[in-house]
Design a protein around this ligand. Structure first.
Ligand code: ISL
Length: 542
């Protein structure tokens, strides 16, 4: 992927099961996405990243793949997929697939054959003898469960490793045959015309050793598998054999990544990833682990953003995805300013340096799901964490509030198309509860408003795509206050300044920011000598 391609791209992430259901089974489908391509094109985006659409028993909503070369039947057929690629292409939009290669489903043919005793396939997974009648090591698991499950008959004393659910056995990347299989999968999709891949938890795939790890509050053992040399080597091979020949690109989801590791993974000269998703800016409201949250502190967010903007030459920029609570719900608790806050995030996302990723529903200011109890929550991680909290003796009310705030389902509620029945998402009961605020927060409503949230996102995307300073300019932080953030983008002598107020109270404009210049866009009408709640301004300096 050439440099300009990076700078010109704005990505829209779709969580297929929640986008639009056209066959009335309560799940979104590919035909639904196809029917919304004009809407997606109207956002101005030029790449769609699809969360997994492969065949899967759905233990982790498709991140447990049982066949990498077929489509989940409830999402449609391979013909539907081909139509999606060609119809998107007509609108100047590329399709990016989600590549999940740390693990497969336990229902994948490879794992079944391993269980049936085929040596070749046993070597595809990480299978170990227990130690002294116990599991092989002291590692932790991302979903708060034990990472080892008996492999086949318990009496054999063997276990397989799974960093995620027990239905997601980890692949053995020490086996070169696994690499060959994965190359074949990439080429299969590249030949069908996809433009790239979002690589799921890519920096954990290669485990150096299975030795015990240093004890930590979460994910003991991580020092044995985070960003190992083996992982770098695999990424280089995948680029050389698959991405490069097809002119495709890759963004890596890289958990617990620090600046140096991120640099190592996406430095152009190393030929690995084009960019990464880092997490530090999403953790500004967390206490040690993501399930314990405080109110988001804007200053911490600003500092973290500036740090990453300055440290990396290029990366992705995102504030929402299918794993994170809705961003505006994290720092704007008043309904009154929902629209302003969403517009401010649009201003922020689209004026930072890097490739912006917009998550479905973000463009209309969707908020966290309004779940009333655990029965309404589907996510495997939430259920496991609830159980863990119970075993730690945390009180019931606390446990529920914890899930309510942090559940990944917060961002997975069906897309809100209309104020009507089932939000225009489906004709039957949806797989996950629709937010009651769809009567107010929905696409149809937004499309009738000239100054609405959607219109602002559209304007910001087009500004971003047309403006060389926003596309290519350098980043310099100008001000990081309690709620006021300002930074400058500069390119070939032209300067733009973004200035915003990240809270629901008006804020004074610091004297150092009285820079003059011409207002390009703001999310408020009329002038004001203060920054109003969640006000965003983009200013061109002389
Ligand atoms: O959510 C996280 C950080 O805030 C991490 O726990 C991490 O993003 C996540 O667990 C890894 O996510 C990816 O792989 C998982 C899958 O469940 C997620 O949906 C996917 O994005 C396993 O494949």
């Amino acid at each position: 992927m050439g440099k300009n391609y990076k700078n010109d791209t704005v990505v829209y992430q779709i969580y297929p099961r929640s986008y639009l259901d056209t066959d009335g089974d309560g799940y979104g489908d590919l035909k639904g996405i196809i029917s919304k391509l004009d809407y997606i094109a109207s956002l101005g985006v030029n790449v769609i990243w699809l969360s997994p659409i492969y065949k899967s028993p759905d233990d982790d909503n498709g991140y447990d793949i049982s066949d990498y070369k077929s489509i989940q039947p409830r999402f449609g057929t391979m013909d539907d997929f081909d139509t999606l690629v060609s119809e998107a292409k007509k609108r100047g939009i590329g399709i990016m697939m989600d590549l999940v290669i740390n693990h497969t489903s336990d229902e994948h043919e490879w794992f079944r054959r391993a269980l049936a005793g085929e040596e070749k396939y046993r070597n595809y997974y990480i299978i170990e003898k227990g130690k002294n009648g116990k599991i092989p090591n002291n590692w932790g698991n991302f979903f708060a469960e034990c990472p080892w499950t008996p492999f086949g008959d318990e009496k054999n004393g063997e276990y397989y490793l799974h960093l995620f659910s027990k239905k997601q056995p980890d692949l053995n990347w020490h086996n070169p045959e696994v690499l060959e299989e994965v190359k074949d999968i990439l080429n299969f999709w590249l030949e069908r015309g996809v433009c790239g891949f979002r690589c799921d938890v890519i920096n954990v795939i290669y485990k150096n050793t299975l030795a015990d790890g240093k004890r930590r509050p979460i994910l003991t053992g991580q020092e044995h598998y985070l960003s190992t040399e083996g992982c770098h080597d695999i990424l280089r091979k995948l680029r050389e054999s698959c991405l490069e020949p097809h002119g495709a690109w890759a963004v890596g989801e890289t958990v617990f990544v620090d600046v140096q590791r991120a640099k190592d993974l996406c430095d152009e000269s190393r030929g690995e990833l084009d960019m990464v998703f880092s997490f530090e800016h999403m953790e500004c409201d967390q206490i040690i682990v993501k399930w314990f949250k405080t109110k988001l502190r804007p200053k911490k967010l600003m500092r973290t953003l500036s740090k990453w903007q300055t440290a990396l030459d290029w990366s992705s920029v995102y504030f929402e995805n299918h794993d994170q609570p809705r961003f505006i719900s994290r720092f704007c608790d008043s309904k009154e300013y929902r629209a302003e806050a969403s517009k401010m995030v649009a201003g922020l996302l689209l004026t930072l340096r890097g490739t912006p990723f917009i998550y479905e529903g973000q463009e209309i200011g969707m908020t966290n799901g309004d779940f009333k109890n655990l029965f309404e929550v589907e996510d495997i991680e939430s259920h496991n964490v609830y159980k863990m909290a119970k075993s730690l003796g945390l009180p019931k009310g606390y446990r529920w509030r914890m899930i309510q705030r942090t559940s990944r389902d917060n961002a997975r509620t069906p897309m809100q198309w209309t104020a009507g029945e089932k939000a225009g998402f489906s004709s039957s009961e949806p797989w996950l509860k629709i937010n009651a605020n769809h009567t107010e927060v929905n696409v149809e409503n937004e499309q009738n408003q000239q100054n609405g949230v959607l219109a602002f996102w559209q304007t910001m995307v087009s500004l971003r795509k047309e403006n060389e300073v926003l596309k290519n300019g350098s980043f310099t932080s100008l001000y990081e206050g309690k709620s006021v953030y300002a930074y400058q983008r500069e390119y070939e002598g032209k300067r733009l300044v973004s200035i915003m107020n990240m809270c629901s109270k008006a804020a004074k404009i610091p004297s150092s920011l009285a820079l003059g210049g011409k207002l390009i866009i703001s999310n408020y009408d009329g002038e004001s000598d203060k920054l109003r709640p969640f006000e965003f301004r983009l200013i061109e300096l002389d």
